[in-house]
Design a protein around this ligand. Structure first.
Ligand SMILES: [Zn+2]
Length: 58
């Protein structure tokens, strides 16, 4: 499986981010929402995504 190394390809985007409050499908933001995190997402978001995946392995 090949995917571009960008945040938009991250499965964690399907959940809301508990760190910055970005809704599902939106990129994480930094600096109070003024900057998009295009290359990654908050660790808390990845964690939240994994937490809702019953079959996911940490
Ligand atoms: Zn975030």
């Amino acid at each position: 499986m090949t995917a571009p190394d960008t945040a938009q390809s991250m499965p964690a985007l399907t959940v809301a981010c508990p760190a910055c409050g970005s809704p599902p499908g939106s990129l994480c933001t930094s600096h109070g929402g003024t900057r998009l995190r295009r290359s990654d997402v908050h660790q808390a978001r990845t964690k939240a995504f994994k937490a809702q995946q019953p079959t996911a392995t940490a």
